[in-house]
Design a protein around this ligand. Structure first.
Ligand SMILES: [Zn+2]
Ligand SMILES: [Zn+2]
Length: 139
């Protein structure tokens, strides 16, 4: 049986369900994720877009174009509390990223790798043996 997990924004307006497991589960230390989140890194789980269902609320969208690659990234957030719940990227068609902190049970997932570690904050430690990429992941 496929496991169903639920999540949503801070105010509760936006709610979603995900089924199955993510194909990628990563921490992104890029400067855009640092800025957009107001934090040190982003926690990102990529699911098949067909496995993510928005069951409540409407999301607003912001499109960013990478300075480096020129490709787009679209973040989607709650219009009421501004929590970024999900995003899609030009390089990963068919996949939808869920911000792991919006899951009702964020402990469910395991981080597989850290990307963009070249711009990681100096006070953030990465566990020994973790897969890392200086920039974007190659797969
Ligand atoms: Zn909200
Ligand atoms: Zn990033």
């Amino acid at each position: 049986m496929t496991r169903l997990h639920k999540g949503g924004c801070a105010c509760g307006l936006v709610r979603y369900h995900v089924q199955g497991n993510p194909s990628i589960c990563q921490i992104c230390h890029c400067t855009f994720c640092q800025r957009r989140s107001g934090s040190a890194f982003a926690t990102v789980a990529y699911f098949d877009e067909r496995d993510v269902t928005f069951v409540q609320g409407e999301l607003k969208q912001y499109q960013h174009r990478s300075d480096e690659s020129g490709r787009w990234l679209r973040t989607e957030f709650c219009p009421s509390c501004a929590t970024t719940v999900t995003h899609t990227v030009e390089v990963r068609p068919g996949l939808r990223a869920i911000a792991m902190g919006t899951l009702d049970d964020p402990e469910w997932l395991t981080i597989q790798r850290h990307i963009w570690v070249q711009s990681k904050r100096s006070w953030v430690s990465i566990p020994e043996g973790m897969v890392t990429f200086p920039k974007a992941a190659t797969a």
